[in-house]
Design a protein around this ligand. Structure first.
Ligand code: IPM
Ligand code: MG
Length: 373
């Protein structure tokens, strides 16, 4: 029996393309793994009304970890239109299966490294080495949304804050509310992960990216907890920043920052900006990490217009494989993979279209394999 059981979830769109590259590389690395295909994505929503079928949850429960490609998400009304006709009137609601996975397996830490590899023509600068820690289970992704607005919620808001009276005349069907839920536990565990990572990888600071001047309570918890956790790591400075200004500074002086930590939606936004500084989503990988389970994925989406053409850059996916190898404790294989990727990027002989080249997804995977020692 193989040492690792890896739930294999290509999803849809270019998820299938980049996972082909991942498989070539894993086979060449000879990881002692068994890859269990698991259904996830748009096609299962359309056919079964559930993009994350129970059978997939069971495969995941019996796996060491999961590797995920990409999935298509569409807004509410379009999602209903694409359902099989007999499912359309059942009041089904499309929820992004990757967001469900993060919550159902309590994968609270979203780790998103963004490093400028030398020779990448898309680098904004060559000295960028950012790592975003995004809280992955709460915040604006908690899934607590109201529409149309129930009377009880309106009443509670009014009692809580008399200034809410300005919404009194807004009809229930003309107002929607999404809640930003932050718990002390959620804040503590993501902050601790960020500080531990900074300590273990010799970063001297951790930057908290929030907005406590406006989101007094939720960003307030993040700030309080950050200060408390920082005390456990006297060798690392805590820099408290507001997200708006921090985005400007990241564009101005990205080389000045290292570990960034933030809540879920801010992290979603910060991580795309950080990705663009080092070549865009073709270079951005994520680990969704809990205490005992993890799912690794490229940060990019399913890019349907490129699906099946084996044209997109698989580097983000291969960097996700590398994060998986790290998490499994396969440090040697992880180093082999990262050095090969760095070598291929530096040589510039094989470049996908986003890098100004004409190489295919598979060409890139094969070049990485050729660069193994
Ligand atoms: C990401 C993606 C997801 C998110 C989408 C696909 C739901 O943008 O992983 O950053 O918003 O978290
Ligand atoms: Mg995102």
């Amino acid at each position: 029996m193989a040492k690792y059981r890896i739930a294999w979830m290509p999803g849809d769109g270019i998820g299938l393309d980049v996972m082909q590259a991942a498989r070539l590389v894993l086979d060449a690395l000879e990881l002692d793994g068994e890859y269990i295909p698991a259904d996830i994505g748009w096609e299962f929503w359309c056919r079964e009304g559930n993009p994350l079928p129970d059978r997939t949850m069971r495969i995941l429960e019996e796996s060491s970890c999961g590797l995920f490609g990409a999935i298509t998400s569409k807004p509410k009304d379009e999602a209903i239109e694409e359902l099989a006709p007999d499912l359309r009137s059942q009041g089904l609601v499309y929820r992004s299966p990757i967001v469900s996975l993060r919550q159902r397996f309590d994968l609270y830490c979203n780790l998103r490294p963004c490093r400028a590899y030398p020779g990448n023509p898309l680098n904004y600068r060559d000295d960028i080495d950012l790592v975003v820690f995004r809280e992955n289970t709460e915040g604006l992704y908690s899934g607590v949304e109201f529409y149309p607005l129930p009377d009880a919620v309106r009443k509670a808001m009014r009692e809580h804050n008399p200034a809410m009276a300005r919404f009194d005349n807004v009809p229930a069907a003309e107002i929607a509310i999404s809640l930003r839920v932050i718990t002390e536990k959620g804040a503590t565990r993501i902050l601790r992960k960020a500080f531990e990572y900074a300590r273990d990888h010799s970063y001297r600071s951790v930057t908290l990216v929030e907005k406590p001047n406006v989101l007094r309570e939720t960003s307030g918890i993040m700030t309080r907890v950050a200060r408390a956790v920082a005390k456990e790591f006297p060798e690392i400075s805590l820099w408290e920043t507001n997200i708006d200004a921090q985005m400007m500074w990241l564009v101005k002086n990205p080389q000045d920052y290292g570990v960034l930590v933030t809540s879920n939606m801010f992290g979603d936004i910060v991580s795309d900006l950080a990705a663009q500084l080092v070549g865009g989503l073709g270079f951005a990988s994520s680990g969704n990490i809990g205490d005992a389970f993890a799912v690794f994925e490229p940060t990019h989406g399913s890019a349907p217009k490129y699906a099946g053409q084996l044209k997109v850059n698989p580097i983000a996916m291969l960097l996700a494989v590398r994060l998986m190898l790290d998490w499994l404790g396969e440090e040697e294989l992880s180093t082999v993979l990262e050095q090969a990727l760095a070598g291929v990027i530096a040589s510039g002989e094989v470049r996908t279209y986003d890098m100004g080249g004409t190489s295919s997804t598979i060409d890139m995977a094969q070049a990485v394999i050729r660069a193994f020692p």
